[in-house]
Write a protein that binds this ligand. Structure first.
Ligand code: ADP
Ligand code: ZN
Ligand code: ZN
Length: 732
């Protein structure tokens, strides 16, 4: 029998299937060692065949099987085929997504511990024969072990006398075995079933989700109790003997989410996210693989959880940008979820208070079913959003970051002993250019997206068409010279607030302060416990958290995401405001939101203030239809990079010629096509160029042709990196 093996090396010319003679114990999905060149490397058996084209003298045999069972299921192998075709990925890269990264190459070992037992010959013996009455510490540890049958030696050493333990081991009363133990994150949380009684709205949502044959969009305002809906669906799924996957955005993996799942489902749940140690991740993954846990909860990559017989897939906060992976391998989580669900006949639910335009449109067209939770639990009011025009502040001579209204509100909030969140809307990379006097923002005349300031050339550029514009020193609208470029950071905000309120305790949360593994949870925990009065933060404070004492949310610079050079900028702004406003007044205390903007008349604020998602959707989807941006088109980009500029140029030229030929044969499918240097022209000493396209929707035939163009580039230019992105979040 011949085994078809994908070898685990990254060089792009070996993304092929290699033939080996199989050996005993090898199954489809097994991880194996195979001879490759003059060494042994890891590989995955994806299939078997009767015959091979490899001549017998060249055919080698698998050297060994690595794990005690296959680690990739039949369904995951099909998923791998699907993803290679759909997202134009190499098989080995997809297979790697399916495994904890450090597991490959044996870089994580199982955790072994010394486990203490009572030696068989001492179990029924009269204890007074071998432990003297005076040896009280020996007696107590002996009795504990007899009671529990086995215990970790380190636990005994810490809780009893280490000397007594050693004495009993030396005398043979205790025996010690090395055993594998599983590392369990949040093991300290006790399981208790504190299930609430669902409201009628929650019950109908559960009912709909569990009976719909289509995916269900769970459209529920912030604080409407979506989590309880998910929990109940998971419970029902487990009762049916099936497994469940729940995805949450990385940054909303709050301690609350963990605790709720552990306390409701105990060891049935495995947690998969980047905050875990490699060992913990590996052990949680193995519990799923072996069927010891049936629910996987985690960020994007948890969609690859090694579960079979999946009955339910939940994507919480489905609009969140983190569900699209931005670096290789690039994939769209929702599409992976839909593939796995359709293989197993699983229910799919996508939840949000602010669904993406794309998903809500699917609900409108009937591709998805919709379930609604239109009210907050206990009919709590949504906090009122007050809009402050920052241009006026400039005219009053206040050029600081906080409006008079926000300063007063902070003062009142602190005096009443409540907590406040100051939110800074800082996302991504780009710096737009704005007039602080009248709120004018420089935009591309062709694309209607904000221009990006490029410091090194001192020009403004459009990232969708590369048109260049002169930088501004006076505002073309009001002739003011109060032109602002770029950001203000959380650090400056925190300093400013400390200067205003010296006795307030301030916590700052952003990428800088949350680098370490537990920092994120620790900072949130401190705030939740009342150890701080004001939390200053970026996106990561926006969602998922349930702080009972927060009565004020200040959105310091709401416009930041509005002017990103991204066709989804307005949508993202709406989502962020709604999410962050949802943090205020969650318990009985009324909440207040103060939103500072230089564009107070922008329609996004009108709809956000009224919490009118549907109104906003209708306005926005019309605009997208007019300007032909997704979902009314697909943005495709072939990104070519190389340390050799000439080669990158040649490759880009060749790709452009081929794409132009495709466009010439299918003129109706192309809305836009051009080739140029990428906005970030050089990264890590590689020159970057791109072929940028917008094509008509539902033209997978064109996408496949474009993939072939990229394949040809890869084949002809060995020193060039080339990949294709679909609707990338970031066009830099
Ligand atoms: P969402 O995810 O929709 O913003 P949450 O799931 O965080 O809302 O729920 C908001 C609050 O309401 C939480 O504190 C939750 O414990 C509580 N809650 C949810 N469902 C119920 C219920 N049926 N009865 C009482 N409290 C509930
Ligand atoms: Zn102006
Ligand atoms: Zn443009």
């Amino acid at each position: 029998m011949i085994a078809k093996v994908i070898v685990d090396i990254s060089a792009s010319d070996v993304d092929r299937v290699f033939d080996y003679n199989t050996i005993d114990g090898v199954e489809k999905g097994s991880r194996v060692n195979v001879p490759f060149g003059n060494r042994d490397i890891e590989g995955y058996v994806i299939d078997f065949a009767e015959t091979t084209d490899v001549p017998p003298e060249k055919l080698k045999s698998i050297s060994g099987v690595i794990d005690d069972r296959p680690i990739i299921s039949e369904e995951q192998l099909k998923l791998c085929d699907y993803m290679t075709a759909r997202f134009h990925l190499r098989k080995v890269d997809v297979l790697r997504l399916l495994l904890p990264s450090k597991m490959r190459g044996g870089r994580i070992k199982s955790l072994e511990k010394n486990i203490v037992y009572i030696s068989p010959e001492y179990i029924d013996e009269d204890v007074t024969l071998f432990i003297k009455k005076s040896a009280a510490s020996q007696m107590s540890v002996y009795e504990y072990v007899r009671e529990v049958e086995s215990a970790e030696q380190s636990y005994l050493n810490a809780n009893y006398s280490a000397a007594a333990v050693r004495n009993l081991i030396n005398r043979g009363v205790f025996c010690v075995r090395k055993e594998t133990v599983l590392r369990k994150p949040y093991a300290g949380v006790v399981q208790k079933d504190d299930a609430v009684t669902l409201t009628d709205a929650q019950n109908s949502a559960v009912q709909a989700i569990m009976t719909n044959d289509r995916p269900t969009l769970l459209f529920g305002v912030t604080g409407s109790g979506k989590t309880e809906v998910y929990l109940d669906c998971i419970r029902k799924t487990l009762e049916r003997g099936k497994t469940a996957v729940m995805l949450v955005p990385e940054i909303s993996l709050t301690p609350q989410v963990m605790r709720v799942f552990r306390s409701r489902f105990g060891d049935e749940v495995a947690l998969l996210h980047s905050g875990l140690s490699d060992g913990e991740r590996y052990d949680e993954w193995r519990r799923l693989l072996r069927g010891e846990a049936h629910v996987a909860v985690g960020a994007r990559s948890a969609i690859f959880a090694p579960l079979t017989d999946i009955g339910l897939i939940i994507i919480d906060e489905e609009h969140d940008g983190s569900y699209v992976s931005e670096s290789n391998p690039r994939y769209v989580t929702r599409e992976v979820a839909l593939f796995r669900a359709s293989y197993y006949g699983a229910k799919v639910v996508m939840g949000s208070a602010t669904p993406s335009m794309e998903s809500y449109r699917c609900a409108v067209t009937g591709e998805y079913a919709i379930a609604k939770l239109p009210e907050r639990i206990n009919k709590r009011q949504m906090p009122e959003i007050e809009i402050v025009n920052m241009c006026n502040e400039v005219s009053y001579g206040n050029s600081g970051m906080f409006s008079a209204k926000l300063v007063n509100a902070l003062d009142e909030c602190l005096k009443a002993g409540n907590q406040a969140i100051l939110f800074l809307n800082r996302r991504g990379y780009s710096s737009y250019v704005m007039c602080k006097k009248c709120g004018y923002v420089a935009k591309c005349e062709d694309c209607d997206v904000s221009l990006v300031y490029h410091k090194e050339e001192d020009v403004l550029k459009c990232h969708y068409c590369q048109r260049r514009y002169k930088n501004l020193d006076v505002c073309p609208e009001c002739k003011s010279s109060h032109i602002r470029q770029g950001f203000m950071g959380t650090e400056r905000i925190a300093e400013a607030v400390k200067a205003l309120f010296p006795s307030a305790r301030v916590i700052r949360m952003d990428n800088d302060t949350t680098r370490t593994k537990d920092a994120h949870l620790r900072l949130l925990g401190e705030f939740a416990n009342g150890n701080a009065d004001i939390l200053v933060g970026t996106q990561m404070v926006a969602k998922g958290h349930d702080f009972s004492n927060v009565t004020l949310v200040g959105i310091v610079d709401a416009d930041m995401s509005l002017h990103f050079s991204d066709y989804r900028a307005v949508e993202r702004t709406f989502q962020l405001i709604t999410q962050v406003a949802g943090r205020a007044g969650r318990e009985s205390k009324a909440g207040r939101v103060i939103l500072q903007t230089y564009s107070p008349s922008h329609y996004v604020y009108r709809y956000a203030k009224e919490y009118d998602y549907v109104g906003f959707y209708e306005k926005e989807i019309n605009l997208l239809q007019t300007t032909k941006f997704p979902p009314f088109s697909v943005i495709l980009r072939i990104l070519i990079s190389s340390e050799n500029e000439g080669m990158a140029l040649d490759a880009t030229q060749e790709a452009t010629i081929s794409v132009r030929e495709i466009a010439a044969c299918n003129p109706e499918a192309f809305i836009y096509l051009n080739a140029m240097r990428a906005p970030k022209k050089r990264i890590q000493s590689k020159y970057r160029m791109q072929v940028l396209m917008r094509i008509a929707p539902a033209r997978d035939d064109i996408i496949s042709l474009v993939y072939k163009v990229a394949d040809n580039v890869i084949a002809h230019y060995p020193h060039v990196t080339c990949f294709t992105e679909i609707n990338p979040n970031d066009l830099s």
